[in-house]
Ligand binder design. Sequence first.
Ligand SMILES: [Zn+2]
Length: 102
Amino acid sequence: MQKNSGPPLQITVPELAGCGRCRQTGVEKPFLYEMVCDDCGGSGRVNKATGERVPDDIMLVAMRKEISRLQGVIADLKRKDPDECPIYGPLKRRGNGAWRGD
Ligand SMILES: [Zn+2]
C-alpha cells in the first residue's frame, strides 16, 4: 500500500550508538555541577548513522522497545534452571553443593 500523505504507517527507530561526549551516561560534569549532555539530550544514545541527537518522541519509542526486549531477557533467565550448566547440562544436587561428576 502506497501512502502519500499524513504520518508514516510505522515509526522507524534509527539504529542507536553510544554517545561519545558523555560516555553513555547522559550527563556531563564540566566543573562542579552535572548538566544534561547536549549531544544526546540525556539519553546517552545518538543516531548511529549521523551521530546526531534522536528526537525525544522517537527516543521514547526506542527506549520502550529496549525495555520490552530486556524484560524478555530477564523472563528467559528466570525460567532457566539455576543448576543447569551450559556445558554439562543439569547438575545433580548432593548435600549443599552441586555435584558435577568430577
Ligand atoms: Zn551524551
